[in-house]
Design a protein around this ligand. Structure first.
Ligand code: HEM
Length: 91
């Protein structure tokens, strides 16, 4: 998790996990859950980020990743073919 955010924010590029795959394995995950996730993320970042600009940056990045992840899981539009075929079956 730390490596993921380090890669997103600092571009150190050490995250090598399968973001789509781990979430695809969560059978009960629903599209609505992502709105809740973003709401909690936003509230946490606003409380903890050092400056409003930093908070905005993190929230913008998280929104974009979340929309891509949602698309991969629920629309079969993954950047990676294996993930999208499984997402298609679970629609
Ligand atoms: C409601 C939505 C979400 C739920 C319920 C959820 C739940 C989980 C769970 C249970 C894991 C552990 C999986 C495992 O180790 O087997 C996980 C891993 C992770 N999640 Fe989420 N997640 C959600 C949304 C997100 C979003 C939007 C992001 C990114 C912006 C994210 C980033 C990650 C990362 C980086 C990991 C570690 C992946 C790895 O080990 O390679 N998650 N999540």
């Amino acid at each position: 998790m730390t490596e993921f955010w380090r890669a997103v924010v600092l571009h150190t590029g050490r995250y090598s996990g399968d973001l789509v795959g781990v979430h695809q394995d969560l059978q009960d995950l629903r599209r609505d859950d992502f709105d809740r996730w973003l709401g909690l993320f936003r509230a946490t970042v606003e409380e903890t980020a050092p400056t409003p600009a930093a908070a905005n940056y993190l929230i913008t990045r998280a929104e974009s990743i979340t929309r891509n992840l949602e698309a991969a899981l629920f629309e079969g539009a993954a950047g990676d073919g294996s993930a999208s075929s499984r997402a298609q079956r679970r629609k």
